[in-house]
Design a protein around this ligand. Sequence first.
Ligand code: FMN
Length: 170
Amino acid sequence: MRAIVVYESLWGNTEQVARAIADGLASVAPVDVVSADAAPTQLETYDLVIVGGPTHAFSMSRPSTRETAVQTQHAPRIVERGIREWLDDVTAVFYPITAVTFDTKVDAPRLPGSAAKAARHELRSRGFDVSTASQTFRVHGYEGPLVDGELARAEEWGRSLGALVADAPR
Ligand SMILES: Cc1cc2nc3c(=O)[nH]c(=O)nc-3n(C[C@H](O)[C@H](O)[C@H](O)COP(=O)(O)O)c2cc1C
């Protein structure tokens, strides 16, 4: 059993969540944690693929929303290739590998839309098994930090995902 967590993160909040999920998973499987700009697009060697990014304008980020983040919100990181662009290049799989998505969103106001939902749709269209529910983790404002308890929740979720795949027949 081998897992990969692919993330995108401008201020580092989604990366922290990605690493906490991987910590939770680590007891059952070796886990690669990779930024979308360096992630492989052939995923057949994995039994579990976890994908997470920040929700921008009700969906996955785009080059334009990331530019806005840098220009008007002073985001510290220029992300050239987010999960949207990475997913565009992911090769369809013949065996339905389990894929699960998560996102980060502002805690208040509660807005509609979800990067996780959009990413899940893309993975489904490439043949992945996306039957496991996505998760949203909350941040204060655009830049964070994460709301108290979210990293513990992410680690616990990672543990439960590991158990899910470890028990699954292949
Ligand atoms: C341009 C832009 C648009 C955003 N749109 C939304 C949105 O529609 N809904 C939401 O809940 N948060 C929105 N946010 C807040 C992001 O979700 C937040 O910045 C992100 O979770 C922080 O994660 P990161 O540190 O990994 O980048 C937006 C942020 C930016 C910069």
